[in-house]
Design a protein around this ligand. Structure first.
Ligand code: SF4
Length: 351
């Protein structure tokens, strides 16, 4: 019997990304060069399995392809929904294509998120591309000229926490709060550690602990609490691994990762993954070209990828006791921590 779901979203990594960020949860895999026929083919394969299909031509850098406008229109025609553009922009394109920001504005974009790690050298290092910082600053100016409010995301590790004052200086020097307010917008900013998967898992040794939180400048703390609607940085950064380990090492629960309206990531080789964690071997559902959508959905719905199978059949306790560190003061959200334990557990099984 054909598998049917209420809604399916598919995201094809057609061109990858110009950056190689050290925090990228999607992983720094090589860029692909897929064409519109590939996109149409992906949509056609999932089409019989839902009455509500949404198609994206990216899951790493949006609008990275030169024909980004045509692809946006095509995604709209292949989809049953008409999505708003995510509040994410291609900085790479913004500084190379004079009409890009205007196009975003015409789509109705009001806010756009950009990522900094500190000053120029540190941001270039963490973005994995020389010149990234200057391009981000130029993009901030272009956004404000178009009356789109920038929102600065800052990833925080032990390695860059002492540089956060440079971001305060930037916000102050560029008068970002006032300039956004002048056109009726609202500047935003937040700091966090991100989830510990993909490239970000390599930052585990530099992961923040409660001792570092007091080093976050008051201005960034204030913006962050407002952004997340929290009353303290402890609430934003979560619990220590020590405390999570203690509680979860008695947790007998198992969990199904299957949801009613799944989102699938499809890489340049047509391998398919649920968007629950980094596209990686333990989450792989199959290859769309070789296996077809029916088999991939069957794999997903019956939790046959290794990671889904382990999460469904192995108590949380076992993942944590096997992979956790009872002495660590690193800070995590519980869900992110369990995912870290699950990914490590799966890799240990595969090795
Ligand atoms: S975090 Fe975003 S911009 Fe950075 S490498 Fe990953 S997909 Fe590209």
């Amino acid at each position: 019997m054909t598998a049917m779901l209420d809604k399916i979203t598919v995201c094809l990594d057609m061109h990858g990304c110009p950056n190689r960020c050290r925090h990228c949860w999607l992983g720094n895999t090589p860029n692909g060069h897929m064409n519109v026929d590939d996109l149409c083919d992906v949509a056609a394969r999932f089409r019989p399995h839902t009455a509500c299909l949404t198609v994206y031509d990216w899951y790493r850098e949006p609008d990275y392809s030169d024909d980004y406008r045509e692809r946006w229109e095509l995604c709209g025609r292949l989809s049953d929904t008409r999505e708003e553009h995510f509040e994410l922009v291609s900085v790479w394109r913004a500084v190379r294509d004079d009409s890009y920001i205007d196009w975003l504005k015409r789509l109705g974009m009001k806010r756009a998120q950009l990522t900094l790690f500190g000053g120029q050298e540190t941001t270039d290092y963490f973005t994995g591309r020389r010149g990234a910082y200057d391009e981000i600053l130029r993009t901030i100016e272009l956004l404000i000229e178009s009356r789109i409010s920038p929102r600065i995301q800052v990833f925080v590790y032990k390695d860059n926490i002492n540089e956060l004052n440079s971001i305060v200086e930037l916000i102050t020097t560029l008068n970002l709060v006032e300039r956004c307010r002048d056109f009726g917008g609202e500047f935003g900013c937040f700091v966090h550690q991100g989830s510990c998967d993909g490239e970000n898992e390599r930052q585990y040794d530099s992961w923040v602990t409660p001792a570092e939180l007091s080093l976050i400048p008051p201005m960034l703390t204030e913006f962050t609490l407002k952004h997340f609607g929290k009353s303290s940085l402890d609430e934003v950064f979560g619990e220590t691994e020590q405390s999570l380990y203690e509680r979860l090492s008695a947790d007998e629960s198992t969990v199904s990762c299957v949801v009613d309206e799944p989102v699938f990531y499809i890489d340049r080789e047509f391998d398919v993954y649920p968007n629950l964690s980094t596209p990686s071997p333990q989450w792989r559902l199959g290859n769309l070209k070789r296996d077809g959508a029916e088999k991939i959905l069957d794999c997903y719905l019956n939790s046959r990828s290794l990671a889904q199978h382990i999460r469904l059949n192995t108590p949380t306790r076992e993942l944590v006791l096997s992979q956790g560190d009872p002495t660590s003061r690193r800070l995590f959200w519980q869900g992110d921590y369990i995912e870290l334990m699950l990914n490590r557990y799966c890799r240990a099984l595969m090795n």
